[in-house]
Design a protein around this ligand. Structure first.
Ligand SMILES: Cc1ncc(COP(=O)(O)O)c(C=O)c1O
Length: 389
């Protein structure tokens, strides 16, 4: 048998490092080790009770098929109505496309926009998958660093300076993973006026603290793609359902892509997403209140470990902590902490060079997990600090 070379494009991708740590932790757990997972964005809650109660009924009622590639019409109507309430913008169901998670929506828009050599501007630190998605489509990510001293706010002038004739989009996450930063309206509006499509990842909207609100660029520019979903706001990661709100002229290409690549999002998940939109808000509010308690618990605990948290997150459920006192190689450090403390964390390098030396802690994990993790880390961190002295 002749073996062929696999594509250089895929060979050049970087693994999703937080998932690598999580998966090693799962492997250890299968071998009987009590591992506490604080490294991935997995809400430590079940979905809303109304969703849980509706699962068997949805399947029994026959919601087990392909759907219209764009998604169930009733779900798209519900998403459009939700958009009107949350963003004050009327989009209509014809601009909504339901996908297998927000990830699929991101991938499709990269495929739609990019020819080889085209560029996407991404503020850093960033969600690990963005540059890989751009690269799979032959594009190039142009990072625009943000600084802890500025609260990780994006500087529209620096973004403007990064625009070239090859720029096809600015990919903004607010609230952001991994910093928890929420961009103020002035920043979002200034970015929307730069004349480049805005790719607005709003998957963490609704998970907010200290009274902050999210501003969407939707309605500020005709060329705006909104990514959203049910994974975080409704603790439905495993259902794999998300959606995209796109400009009308983009829909033909996006639907063609979706028909060919995915056929449709899973029908049971779509049906349950409707239940989440209809009944899930009280559950979301309950989660936010509890996440806020966990945020404070984790912030205090991480600072007590001697790690700096330069910016208090006001959205999402992550704390990006400066761990350079323990070592400069965040991946080696995350694996060392997993092996020695049995605690899985996100290595900063996953989020770009700007976050190397940092660790990402998730306060989506349960209070019990956070408490146990902090206790174990205290012992190991003390030993590591001693050893480095
Ligand atoms: C910023 C951001 N966008 C997209 C996703 C993907 O979410 P989904 O589960 O909807 O594919 C994540 C998941 O962690 C995320 O943090």
């Amino acid at each position: 048998m002749t073996s062929v070379d696999y594509s250089a494009r895929v060979g050049a991708l970087v693994p999703f490092l937080s998932m690598e740590v999580m998966e090693r932790g799962m492997q250890m757990a299968r071998a009987g080790v009590d591992v506490r997972q604080l490294g991935v964005g997995e809400p430590g809650f079940p979905p809303p009770p109304e969703v849980v109660a509706a699962v068997a009924g949805a399947v029994a009622a026959g919601a087990t098929h392909y759907t219209d590639s764009r998604g169930l019409y009733a779900l798209r109507e519900a998403i459009a109505a939700d958009c009107r309430v949350r963003r004050g913008v009327d989009v209509g169901p014809e601009r909504v496309l339901v996908t297998g998670g927000t990830s699929a929506a991101l991938m499709m828009v990269c495929s739609l926009l990019l020819d080889p050599g085209d560029e996407v501007i991404v503020p850093a630190p960033h969600y690990p998958c963005y540059p890989n998605m751009v690269a799979v489509c032959g594009g190039r990510t142009v990072l625009v660093p943000t600084r802890a001293e500025d609260g990780y706010l994006v500087d529209p002038d620096r973004v403007r300076a990064a625009i070239t004739p090859r720029t096809k989009g600015i990919l903004l996450a607010s609230p952001a993973n991994p910093t928890g930063a929420v961009q103020p309206a002035e920043v979002v509006h200034a970015l929307a006026e730069l004349g480049v499509p805005i790719l607005s990842d709003e998957i963490y909207d609704g998970l907010l603290y200290d009274g902050v609100t999210v501003t969407s660029p939707l309605g500020r520019t005709d060329e705006c793609f909104v990514f959203d979903g049910f994974s975080k706001r409704y603790a439905m990661t495993g259902f794999r359902v998300g959606y995209l709100i796109a400009p009308e002229r983009a829909m033909r290409g996006l639907v063609t892509l979706h028909q060919n690549l995915f056929i449709s999002a899973p029908q049971p998940a779509q049906t349950l997403a409707m239940t989440a939109l209809e009944h899930g808000d009280a559950h979301r509010q309950m989660m936010v209140e509890e996440f806020d308690v966990r945020r404070r618990l984790l912030l205090d605990g991480v600072r007590e470990l001697g790690l700096g948290v330069p910016v208090t997150p006001t959205g999402a459920f992550y704390i990006l902590a400066d761990a350079r006192c323990l070592g400069d190689d965040s991946l080696a450090l995350a694996f060392a902490l997993l092996e020695r403390a049995h605690v899985a964390l996100g290595p900063g390098r996953d989020f770009g060079e700007a976050a190397e030396g940092f660790l990402r802690f998730s306060f989506a994990s349960s209070r019990g997990d956070i408490e146990v993790a902090l206790e174990r880390l205290a012992a190991v961190v003390a030993a590591l600090s001693e050893w480095r002295r």
